[in-house]
Design a protein around this ligand. Structure first.
Ligand code: ATP
Length: 553
């Protein structure tokens, strides 16, 4: 895939490279910009009818036969009567601009306007072009390529060497936008890419925490004093305020979630004293007395409608723990205590906006006592943060500057894993007619592939079993995903494009010839905990993490 893409990228004119990078991923903008197509099948079919001159009823039948809008459009256009001559040649720019137009239309009459635009595109398209355009507008184009493969291919195409991908990846962590990276690389070369900096309003990939086996191990990784903060089981938020005072909130998967939290926007406007900033924290639901409520309560705030009602019903608190940008200057390379020192100065704490609870210590007993205190307050555990000179913010990295310690680590020999659903097996007996088990995978960052780790059947309630086929329908594919590594013994009945992440609790990691993570590791007694809608497939537990946990056993 890399080689094919690299060859192709070489032939793309400079002014088109960003657009091509997005389209390769089945997108028309970087994900954080929220320009998602996803038109309804019925509307797209109407557009195909208009462009091909074919009756809707006939097209509907054709769709039933092929089961795919792309193939239907291709066939329909092949049959187009000669009287309907193509209206000129379709250019990449036109496709791109019209698709943007489609996402921008809202309100009454917008559906018809969208259909007309798509029909115009299809009138100019070749049959195979129509196949891809229709899939794209329905957001079902599945090339199986991820951002990392695109970066690899760009490195090969424009620097001649795959090893330069490291430079592109470092830039991607600060600017997770393949379009910007592609264009900068082509126009300014690697030097330009190295200079890519924080841009307020564009999310930064979030820094993640490592695990240790015992609390005593913390001192080995972080000698001397450390800061210990509460680990809150809410939703991570990265808040940006630009020069004009506009505040944007991004989720863990870097989606714009500003509309879900108008209350937080207000608190940040009033209580953070800075012209421009990027801060991070965890938002939790609280009761009238300010006490932390469970994650499930917070989830009620994940909605498009009745937002104002739920602002009242489910009040929240944002616990800030980092500062990444301040008044025109990146803070990423400053030490942790410098960043948080500044954060504490500019934030006026109150019930809804505050700084994470913390202590500074070098004593393991004190760390443990603070951990117990955090559990009593209803939190998930602690995060221990390095106070070394070089404790910079490692964007997009699970490094040793942050170590997490959760209640699961103490209770039993168990840990949670965030795994991607890549396949499903039909159920038997009581579960016949629904999926009986799910095939779950880790993400291998090195190879940009997904590797299976377990078959998950426990913990799935009847309600959940009913819901699963609908939740997964959008990602169903007729063959195994291009980036999935799977053993013959684990051939699933149904395959999915890696997209949905679930949290899985397991007793231990064992060796297994049936799975591909770490060349043969598997989970024992995996149990479904919850969906991790805040994570994308590439943010799942990595194969390397599992291998390291196995080593520590
Ligand atoms: P987990 O499932 O254990 O939460 P994760 O993969 O989501 O793991 P990690 O980096 O391993 O993320 O753990 C850190 C997460 O904990 C952050 O993503 C954030 O949402 C949450 N968190 C809660 N409190 C803090 C804190 N004080 N500092 C940093 N992260 C925190």
């Amino acid at each position: 895939m890399r080689e094919i893409l690299a060859d192709f990228f070489k032939s793309v004119p400079t002014e088109d490279i960003a657009k091509v990078a997005y389209l390769t991923l089945g997108q028309i903008a970087s994900e954080y910009e929220g320009e998602v197509l996803g038109m309804a099948e019925k509307s797209v079919l109407k557009a195909v009818a208009m462009a091909s001159g074919m009756e809707l009823g006939k097209l509907g039948k054709m769709l039933d036969e092929t089961g795919d809008i792309g193939l239907t459009a291709e066939k329909a256009l092949q049959k187009k009567p000669q009287t309907l001559v193509p209206l000129g040649t379709l250019t990449l720019r036109e496709v791109f601009e019209k698709l943007h137009k489609v996402t921008s239309l809202e309100g009454s009459g917008s559906q018809d306007a969208k259909v007309t635009i798509i029909a115009q595109l299809l009138q100019k398209a070749s049959p195979s072009g129509a196949k891809y355009i229709t899939r794209m507008v329905m957001s079902t184009l599945r090339m199986g390529v991820g951002d990392m493969t695109v970066l690899d291919a760009l490195a090969i195409a424009y620097t001649g060497e795959k090893k330069n991908k490291g430079i592109l990846e470092a830039a991607y962590n600060i600017c997770p936008d393949v379009g910007v990276i592609a264009e900068t690389l082509v126009v300014e070369g690697l030097k330009g890419v190295e200079k890519i900096d924080v841009h307020v309003g564009r999310p930064i990939k979030m820094m993640l925490a490592q695990r240790v086996e015992t609390l005593e191990d913390v001192a080995k990784k972080m000698p001397g004093k450390v800061t210990v903060e509460g680990k809150y089981d809410g939703e991570r938020i990265q808040a940006h305020k630009d020069k004009k005072g506009k505040i944007t909130l991004f989720s863990r998967r870097l989606e714009n979630i500003t509309n879900q939290f108008p209350d937080l926007v207000g608190y940040l406007e009033k209580n953070v004293d800075a012209k421009e900033f990027v801060v991070e924290g965890e938002v939790i639901a609280i009761d009238a007395a300010g006490k932390c409520l469970p994650f499930q309560t917070l989830m009620q705030r994940k909605r498009k409608h009745d937002v104002a009602d739920f602002v009242m019903k489910v009040p929240v608190q944002l616990k800030l723990f980092d500062l990444l940008y301040y008044n025109g200057k990146t803070q990423l390379h400053e030490a942790y205590y410098t960043r948080t020192g500044l954060l504490e100065k500019i934030v006026s704490c109150g019930k809804h906006l505050t700084i994470a609870d913390k202590i500074v210590t070098d004593d393991v007993e004190e760390i443990h006592a603070f951990f117990v205190k955090m559990l009593k307050s209803g939190f998930e555990g602690i995060i221990i943060k390095s106070m070394a000179e070089d404790s910079e913010y490692q964007a997009g990295t699970r490094g040793w500057n942050w170590i997490k310690w959760k209640k699961e680590y103490v209770k039993e020999m168990s840990d949670t894993f965030d795994l991607v659903i890549v396949g499903a097996f039909y159920g038997r007996g009581r579960r016949s007619g629904v999926y009986g088990a799910l095939l779950c995978a880790t993400y291998n960052e090195k190879t940009d592939t997904f590797e299976t780790l377990c078959k998950l059947g426990t913990g799935l309630t009847d309600e959940l079993l009913e819901e699963l086929p609908t939740r997964l329908a959008k990602y169903k594919i007729s063959h195994k995903a291009a980036r999935l590594q799977v053993k013959r013994e684990m051939e699933a009945d149904v395959w999915f494009e890696p997209a949905i992440v679930v949290e899985v609790l397991a007793a231990e990691i064992t060796k297994s010839p049936y799975h591909t993570t770490g060349s043969g590791l598997a989970l024992r007694f995996p149990r479904f905990v919850k969906f991790r809608d805040d994570k994308k497939a590439e943010q799942a537990t990595t194969s390397l993490e599992v291998m390291e946990m196995m080593k520590r056993k």
